[in-house]
Structure formats: structure tokens, C-alpha cells
Design a protein. Structure first.
Length: 341
């Protein structure tokens, strides 16, 4: 029996009923968010197909899934033709460099996975008659002139600036997804993801949280760009995954913001990390990168109304869980052992 033909037997009113087990493809499955999605869908009883070219992901994030019969992995770049044998019910497209450090280092790959990769996966969804969810981003709003950002806001983006490779790749991704929805009648979903954090973030991915925690644990200066007055809103990964799961199973085809509306300045956030870690690190300031957004806060009214979703894990609780993960990493365990000895 093929994996796509697996069946689950349930009992209803005393009679056995055979129900098909849903099969989901997750691209970017070895990445931060993608790996957590694989965990959630496995937990829900789905057959999961992971796909990643490991450009920014790592197999360590999903190695615990390899012994499972309902998980399989394809090493593949979705910017090239994508073929998955068997049936597919859902596709979740999370393949893309997502941090400034990554997409500034790999601008062409970022544009290709947002354009060619998205086109390939839309074609796959059409061929398999599968529902597809696109991982978009709050970066489609650019450096916003509207605050907080709601889904009807069209954004304020510099297409030829250094961040344009990511911003415009995601804006194109949304546009072609809606074109497939309107022209082909494809069953599509679009998640606009705001700053998310949690275990499995890379230390070197260049984003504020892993940078601050890593610097604090090492006792290095904590680097804040600009005056630190720019704001962000941080959502714990478990909350985000719950929102994605609900969006995928909803009937909402319009873009939906998913993030935590609790806003904090970057300077305050750095101070929070110093306090949480008990570090003696100093906060130092460096010039603000070009086109860095001054404000970022999601309006999640649509998610509340359409999905019955809102974040439930506080930033403080999420930071404790994330700090515990970082402290468990070999580089920091070794550092702790050295300090003890």
C-alpha cells in the first residue's frame, strides 16, 4: 500500500468507517517554521512530505521525524521543476531565505524561489487538485505609512533597494497566487507572517532575537541598529503554527496577517534580553540599514474574525522557552563547561 493510500479507521455510532489520511507537502521543511509545521501535521495524523534544498535549513530540525512511517523527505530546489509522486491534499510553501542576512547574501536565489518556485508549486497544486498555502510576510508592507498594518494596506516598498529582493519576491508570490485562484479556480491561502521566534532559530540568521540572545550569552556587546526606537511585534512559533493550521483549513482565500500585536521597541527588546539572561552585556548602537522598517505591528482583526485565532503565548513566556533552547546548543554548553572549569 502506497503512503498516499494509507487509511485511518475511525468508529462512529458503533460502525467502523474508513477515512483517507490527508497528505501534505511542506517546502522549506528543514527551516525554522517549516520544521515546526511538519511536527504539527505529523501530530495531527497527516502523511507529511518534506522538501528542502538546505540552503538555509538544516536536517537537525527534522531528523527526529525520519524514523516515522508517515514522513518522507525530498532534497530538492523548488525553483526547478517539482514532482511528488502520489496524491497531495495540501501544499504549504515555506521555502525561502527569510532573514536580511540570508536574502542580502543570496538575492538571486531569493527572487527565484519567490517567483519560479511559487509558479512550480502552483502548477503542482493544480495538477494534484491540492489546496496551497503561501507563506508571505509583513515585509510586503515595506516601511509602512499605516500603523498598525492591516491587509487592505498596499505597502510602501522600495523595489530597487537592498531589501527589495525579498519584499518584491513575496509581493509577486501573492500576485501569482491570486491569479491562479481567480483564473484557474485554484484553492489558495496566503499567510502574511510577522516577526516570529522560538526554538530552532539559527544563531547566525541575522535577526534581532537570535543575535541578541547569542551576544548576551557570550557576554558580548549587544548590537542595536539605529536609535533602537524602531518597533517590532514578536509572535511565538507555536502560536503562528496554530494560525497557519487554522488558515489552511478555513475558507479564507484573502491574505491574513498572523503575528502578535504586542509592540516593543528594539532597544526595549534588547534590554529585556539582557535582563532575562542575567548578562552584563552593554547595548551599543550602529547605523540603521537602508530601508529598515521603522514600525511593524499587525492588525489581526481578520484572523480573529475568520479563524477565531489570536496569540495566547506571551512574549515573556516565549522568550523563556527560546532561551532554554539556545542554552542547550553545543556552543553554549561548551562555553558553560569552560566557565565552570
Amino acid at each position: 500500500m502506497k503512503k498516499s493510500e494509507h487509511r485511518r479507521i475511525t468508529v462512529q455510532r458503533g460502525e467502523p468507517e474508513i477515512q483517507p489520511v490527508k497528505r501534505a507537502l511542506v517546502t522549506g521543511s528543514a527551516g525554522f517554521i517549516g520544521s515546526h509545521l511538519c511536527d504539527r501535521f505529523i501530530k495531527e495524523g497527516y502523511n507529511v512530505v518534506g522538501m528542502d534544498n538546505l540552503l538555509t535549513g538544516t536536517l537537525k530540525n527534522i531528523e527526529h521525524l525520519f524514523p516515522l512511517k508517515n514522513f518522507e523527505f525530498f532534497f530538492h530546489d523548488v525553483s526547478k521543476f517539482v514532482h511528488v509522486p502520489g496524491d497531495l491534499d495540501f501544499i504549504l510553501h515555506f521555502a525561502s531565505p527569510a532573514s536580511p542576512a540570508d536574502y542580502l547574501r543570496m538575492p538571486i536565489q531569493t527572487l527565484k524561489v519567490g517567483s519560479l518556485g511559487t509558479h512550480n508549486l502552483l502548477g503542482l497544486a493544480k495538477a494534484k487538485n491540492a489546496r496551497i498555502l503561501m507563506a508571505s510576510t509583513s515585509e510586503v508592507y515595506g516601511d509602512p505609512l499605516v500603523h498598525p498594518q492591516h491587509e487592505e494596506y498596499w505597502g510602501h516598498v522600495n523595489p530597487v533597494g537592498p531589501r527589495g529582493v525579498y519584499d518584491e519576491a513575496k509581493r509577486f508570490q501573492e500576485a501569482i497566487t491570486m491569479a491562479y485562484h481567480n483564473y484557474h479556480g485554484l484553492d489558495t491561502r496566503i499567510a502574511r507572517i510577522f516577526n516570529t521566534f522560538g526554538p530552532r532559530m539559527r544563531i547566525d540568521d541575522g535577526r534581532a532575537l537570535p543575535a541578541f540572545i547569542s551576544q548576551a550569552l557570550k557576554g558580548d556587546d549587544i548590537t542595536v541598529f539605529g536609535s533602537g526606537s524602531q518597533t517590532r511585534s514578536f509572535c511565538y512559533v507555536d502560536d503562528l503554527v496554530e494560525g497557519i493550521f487554522r488558515l489552511l483549513h478555513s475558507d479564507c482565500y484573502l491574505p491574513v496577517n498572523l503575528g502578535n500585536p504586542e509592540e516593543i521597541s528594539i532597544k526595549q527588546f534588547a534590554e529585556e534580553i539582557v535582563s532575562l539572561t542575567g548578562s552584563e552585556s552593554r547595548i551599543v548602537f550602529k547605523p540603521l540599514p537602508e530601508d529598515d522598517p521603522k514600525q511593524r505591528q499587525p492588525d489581526v482583526s481578520r484572523a480573529k474574525q475568520k479563524l477565531g485565532w489570536q496569540p495566547v503565548i506571551s512574549r515573556q513566556e516565549g522568550l523563556k522557552r527560546t532561551l532554554e533552547y539556545f542554552r542547550s546548543l553545543p556552543v553554549f554548553l561548551k562555553q558553560k563547561e569552560t566557565q565552570i572549569n
